[in-house]
Design a protein around this ligand. Structure first.
Ligand code: ZN
Length: 81
């Protein structure tokens, strides 16, 4: 009779341990959305073409010359701007 009580206690402890482990497993994997930039915050980069080689590059990286945008200082000089 004493062993039966111990066995039941062991089963209860095991069941509690197993359910708490499963709860911890669920907490370890939160339902987090994929890391993506919010659509509203995404900046639209304006592209411009180099006046010499016609390579497209972001406007923020382009060199501004007299007749337009250039990809590099060499092309700006080449264009005579
Ligand atoms: Zn160029």
């Amino acid at each position: 009779m004493k062993y039966l009580l111990v066995l039941i206690l062991a089963l209860v402890v095991f069941w509690l341990w197993r359910s708490s482990r499963q709860a911890g497993k669920n907490a370890a994997q939160p339902q987090r959305p994929a890391r993506q930039a919010p659509a509203g915050k995404k900046e639209i980069t304006e592209m411009v073409a180099c006046g010499v080689c016609h390579v497209h590059l972001p406007k923020s990286e382009a060199l501004i010359g007299r007749d337009g945008f250039y990809c590099s200082e060499a092309h700006r000089r080449e264009a005579g701007a």
